[in-house]
Structure formats: C-alpha cells, structure tokens
Design a protein around this ligand. Structure first.
Ligand code: HEC
Length: 179
C-alpha cells in the first residue's frame, strides 16, 4: 500500500525539479573535470582486441553457412544480422587499429564487406540457395582479402565442412519455416 504514495512522491519531486530554474551554465572547471572523468572511464572500459572479435565473427560466419545449407532462411537472416552487428562492433571499438595505418579500419572494413553482405541479404530474401552460395563465397573472399591487406595471408577463410557446435538446430521448423 506504500506504492501509490511513493509514486506520488516521485511525481512531486520530478515536478519540482522541472519547475526549478535551470542552473546557470556549469563553470568551465566543472566541465573540464567531467571531461577528464569520461576520458578515464573510456580508458578503463572493456576494449576487445580485434583477434578476439574475429573469433565471434568466425563462429557467425560458420553458422550462417549451415543455416543456408539447410535452407533455414529465418536462421540465416538472423546469423547474417549478427555477423553485421559484429562487424559494426569492430568498427566502433577498433576504428584506428594500427595494422591498417595510415588507412582507417573504420573505412576499410565497410568498403570490403558491404557488397557481399548486401548480396547475402538479397539471396536470403529470395530464398535462393545458389545465390546464397555465391554471395557466401564472396564474403569469405572479402574476409581473406582483408587479412591479406593486414599482412596475414595465412588467415584464409573458406566454407566450413563440419559444424563446430551442433546443439543449435539448423533444420528449418516442421512446415518449412518462412519459405
Ligand atoms: C577489416 C579487415 C577484416 C575483415 C573484413 C575480416 N577480418 Fe578477420 N582478421 C583481421 C585482422 C587484422 C586479424 C588479425 C587480428 C589480430 O591478430 O589481432 C583477423 C583475424 C581473424 C581470425 C583469426 C583469429 C584467431 O585468433 O585465430 C579469424 C578466424 C578471422 N579473422 C575471421 C574472419 C572472418 C570469418 C571474416 C569475414 C566474415 C573476417 N575475419 C573479416 C581483419 C579482418
């Protein structure tokens, strides 16, 4: 029975805060201190290394293959989206990775992956396995191309032949799934 009262109180507090005159612009010293704090927080925040992020990308890339091979287009669309988010996270968290200097990873990665990712999306939308396979190979070539550009020619990406984990069912649900 306390709740309504507390809700009311919260409302009043919010109303007072709203009604109170806005404080004058914070003094420069305060802003500087806040900036300093933010910089320190950023420094201590978790920054995954590129190699670590690549491991997650490798898993999505493999899962995407098996989803497409099973014509489970709903799962394939999901894995592609996850892969794209993983690429976005690389750009966000390692935008200036030393290996591509003077170029920026934040420019290199989208330039190399945008077209194959879009082609995969189209293939999945059309539920076309031949298109999916072509686009998948183009993506793998883009992965390998970037590794080469980074001086890691030995990191060659290909179609997987055996699933690393098989506890995620790839067979489409009974009834055929989306298409
Ligand atoms: C922007 C360029 C770029 C793209 C695109 C890229 N990679 Fe990488 N990848 C790298 C670099 C650089 C490394 C080496 C990282 C390191 O050593 O810290 C790497 C490393 C790897 C590794 C080795 C990780 C390990 O620890 O063994 C794998 C696996 C990998 N990438 C998979 C992929 C896959 C799969 C794709 C495509 C779906 C891909 N990468 C796309 C730049 C890229």
């Amino acid at each position: 029975m306390l709740r309504p009262y507390r809700d009311w109180l919260a409302l009043m507090v919010a109303a007072c805060a709203f009604a109170a005159p806005l404080p004058a612009a914070a003094p420069d010293a305060e802003i500087a201190a806040l900036k300093q704090q933010i910089a320190e927080l950023k420094q201590h925040a978790y920054h995954p290394e590129l190699g670590e992020q690549m491991l997650g990308i490798q898993i999505r890339h493999a899962r995407l293959w098996f989803a497409g091979a099973a014509r489970n287009w709903t799962l394939a669309a999901y894995e592609l989206q996850e892969l794209k988010e993983a690429f976005d996270a690389v750009v966000e968290q390692n935008p200036e990775h030393a290996v591509f200097q003077p170029q920026r990873l934040a420019d290199v990665l989208p330039a190399m992956t945008r077209a194959p990712v879009a082609a995969l999306r189209d293939a999945i939308d059309r539920a076309s396995k031949p298109e999916f396979e072509r686009a998948y190979d183009a993506l793998s070539a883009a992965c390998t191309g970037c590794h080469r550009a980074a001086g890691n020619d030995f990191l060659v990406i290909q179609r997987p032949t055996a699933p690393l984990l098989d506890n995620l069912r790839v067979a489409p649900p009974a009834g055929g799934g989306r298409k």
